[in-house]
Ligand binder design. Structure first.
Ligand SMILES: C[S@@+](CC[C@H](N)C(=O)[O-])C[C@H]1O[C@@H](n2cnc3c(N)ncnc32)[C@H](O)[C@@H]1O
Length: 325
């Protein structure tokens, strides 16, 4: 075993331990970040070119290799997805064949998969890693090879996951995709999960559920955000319900603002990755409260009708449904 493989094995043991809290895993996620940055061919210390190689797809913004690499610097996010993936795979282990995981938007480090590859054998789990950017995928394959984990990869696919057709003999048991932004805006998470879930409806989805609520920022660290209600849910039930929907938007809720507004409304994003592994308000950049599009000045008592817009600039949009009073 090389020193890098030994370091990954030790990190992976902790990150895949279901008894560990996300908070207690920060140290391991930092070690994982250093390990991948040290062994990747992708230079992460450059000051310019952050957005080189990004693209704008019919389903949203696909971030550049460096931007995707920066996701490794989000400790709670990484810990939650890795712990969740390890659990989902272990729950599906069986003797007849390896558990098949489709990792859509693997980024330059295949970060969420590496620890799971390190704790389970190639006969237990096989990954199809997919990214829309050939350069990003090449970095991921190279890193996996350097860590001696090539045998865990059944396929490296360069494709748009929002339109990718899964071969019928490679239907996944688990689909993992972290191609999202705050409030499910800008990036193609919704379109990707719609496309993949429709083809493999029995597969476990990670994240299992993303909800967007309307409320207020917390007043002080440690205080909860005011929550006026749920606007939108992305989970397996919602994906099934939208299956025959061919429009350019998806339904979301109507919400009446409180009569007295203590602050500007914010979109709050909560993520249940798998089981009871949850990323809540402020846990990572994906959970930061977000101003409404256009930062409108709204009167207390206003009624807002939301829809989720699909297409190249996805996200929640609203119309005023009723005047206050
Ligand atoms: C937020 S990064 C996540 C990287 C890595 N999975 C992680 O969690 O650290 C999203 C990755 O998804 C890729 N991506 C975005 N849209 C995609 C699409 N429609 N099809 C395939 N890959 C996509 C980007 O190129 C980028 O590498």
């Amino acid at each position: 075993m090389t020193p890098a493989q030994a370091e990954l094995a030790s990190i992976a043991q902790a990150l895949s331990d279901p008894r560990r809290s996300l908070e207690s895993l920060v140290g391991e996620t930092v070690r994982l970040r250093h390990l991948v940055e040290q062994h990747s061919r992708l230079p992460m210390d450059r000051q310019d070119g952050l957005r080189d190689g990004e693209s704008f797809l019919p389903s949203g913004w696909a971030i550049s290799p460096v931007q995707a690499g920066l996701c490794a610097r989000e400790p709670y996010r990484s810990a939650a997805f890795i712990q969740g993936l390890a659990q989902a795979v272990r729950q599906r282990l069986h003797a007849a064949r390896p558990v098949r995981v489709l990792y859509a938007g693997c980024g330059p480090f295949a970060l969420l998969a590496l620890p799971v590859m390190a704790v389970l054998g190639a006969r237990q789990v096989q990954f199809a890693i997919l990214d829309v950017h050939a350069e990003t995928l090449a970095y991921a394959r190279d890193l996996i090879g350097q860590l001696g984990l090539d045998g865990h990869v059944s396929a490296g696919i360069c494709a748009d996951a929002a339109s990718y057709h899964i071969p019928s003999d490679a239907l996944p048991d688990v689909i993992i995709s972290e191609t999202m932004n705050t409030a499910l805006g800008k990036e193609p998470q919704v379109a990707i999960l719609r496309n993949l879930h429709a083809q493999a409806p029995a597969a476990a989805l990670l994240p299992a559920e993303v909800t967007v609520h309307l409320g207020l920022e917390r007043r002080q660290p440690g205080e909860p955000c005011a929550d006026w209600g749920r606007l939108f849910t992305l989970d397996a039930d919602a994906l099934r319900a939208w299956q025959d929907d061919t429009g350019d938007s998806l339904p979301a809720a109507r919400i009446r603002l409180p009569d007295v507004l203590d602050g500007a409304p914010r979109l709050l994003t909560r993520i249940r990755v798998h089981g009871d592994i949850v990323l809540g308000d402020y846990d990572c950049s994906l959970n930061l409260p977000l101003a409404l599009p256009g930062k409108p000045l709204l009167a207390g008592g206003s009624v807002l009708d939301f829809r989720y817009r699909l297409g190249g600039s996805p996200g929640l949009a609203f119309q005023l449904a009723g005047a206050p009073g």
